[in-house]
Design a protein around this ligand. Structure first.
Ligand code: ADP
Ligand code: MG
Length: 333
């Protein structure tokens, strides 16, 4: 297909008001997502990692238009051109829904408990007006088999509460993929599942993704999961991407002090990857009206005065395809 990216994110921000009430305009804001710029190529899987509260879900929800950005844009390639997700008209709304789906952490919350599995998985087809009811039944059955719910006939007319957590997440995957979307945001899809079945569900998403040429934004707080699922990883810290690049390079040679700290906190079983433990001090947990300085300043082990008195650094190429937002990391090559 084309060499152009499928998704283009430009200057994306989401500010949540903190002190606004019914009668008062907010003057204080939580900068939950604070100026993201990235692209995702066709068929690529980009991981979005970072601690709880750093803005991953808010970002994912803006990409699928569940939340509107405060500023900036998300663009999706449809055919030869891009549609701006924030201002789509009625015609492109259908194109958008046809191409973009989301898989949530808790599949039960995202399913109507009164709908059968057939209705849940078949709904996107019905909404798009694809096929007759018989054709839809055939297609749903095919996708249930693909996600390992076999024989499909024994699941079609059951209800979500009759299934296990793992089976429900498989239903959610079938539902997201049944219209063969170009782009899927998966928000911690395995973190609520029993450890013993996580790998199976990840493998399923990967296999089906490849088979159907799906592009993923894969959200996780777990670097080992991102390593398994993703071609590239973006590390987020309090609303900012601090480092982004190819998975193996990022994990074996992290440049940003926050990425180093994250990696030293979780053992990744690979003898090729050697790390020194890094100490990070506790910092703020929300970027509320943040000062114009590096967002990581309070916790950074290599900070200096320059980082304190200058605005948060922009992402810059530092070598080997890595973009890093840090004044102290030297450019390479
Ligand atoms: P993550 O998914 O990385 O844990 P979130 O995107 O859920 O992060 O949250 C980012 C920040 O935005 C947090 O400080 C959180 O408290 C805040 N936040 C998230 N959702 C809302 C919301 N609907 N209203 C107000 N604040 C929110
Ligand atoms: Mg989240």
């Amino acid at each position: 297909m084309s060499n152009q990216p499928l998704i283009k994110v430009e200057g994306l921000r989401k500010l949540y008001p903190i002190d606004g009430g019914v009668f008062r305009k907010a003057s204080t804001f939580n900068h939950a997502v604070d100026g993201l710029n990235f692209e995702i190529g066709h068929g690529e899987s980009l991981g979005l990692v970072g601690e709880s509260g750093c803005g991953k879900s808010t970002t994912g929800k803006m990409l699928v238009k569940l939340f509107e950005p405060s500023e900036g844009s998300v663009k999706l390639q449809v055919g030869d051109s891009y549609i701006n997700v924030s201002n789509i008209d009625r015609n492109s709304r259908k194109d958008f829904r046809r191409n973009v789906q989301m898989i949530f952490q808790d599949p039960y919350e995202s399913m109507n408990p009164r709908m059968t599995i057939f209705d849940i998985v078949g709904e996107p087809l019905a909404v798009q007006g694809i096929g007759t009811i018989n054709e839809r039944e055939e297609r749903v059955a095919e996708f249930l088999e693909m996600v390992g719910l076999t024989p499909a006939s024994s699941f079609m007319f059951r209800y979500p509460h009759e299934l296990s957590g793992g089976q429900r997440q498989r239903v959610a995957i079938a539902r997201a993929l049944v219209i063969e979307p170009a782009f899927v945001v998966a928000d911690e899809p395995t973190s609520m599942l029993d450890v013993s079945i996580r790998t199976g569900v990840m493998k399923l998403m990967q296999d089906l993704g490849q088979r159907l040429n799906v592009t993923y934004l894969y959200i996780t707080h777990d670097l080992a999961v991102a390593r398994y699922m993703c071609d590239r990883i973006a590390v987020m810290y309090l609303g900012k991407i601090v480092e982004i690049g190819p998975t193996e390079e990022l994990l074996s040679n992290p440049r940003h002090p926050y990425t180093k700290a994250l990696l030293s906190a979780v053992p990744i079983p690979d003898p090729r990857i050697k790390r020194d433990p890094v100490m990070i001090e506790g910092g703020i947990s929300k970027a509320i009206d943040p000062k114009p300085q590096c967002r990581f300043y309070a916790r950074c082990p290599i900070r200096d005065d320059h980082c304190k008195t200058n605005p948060h650094p922009t992402l810059e190429m530092k070598g080997s395809g890595m973009q890093v937002a840090c004044y102290k990391v030297p450019a390479e090559g």
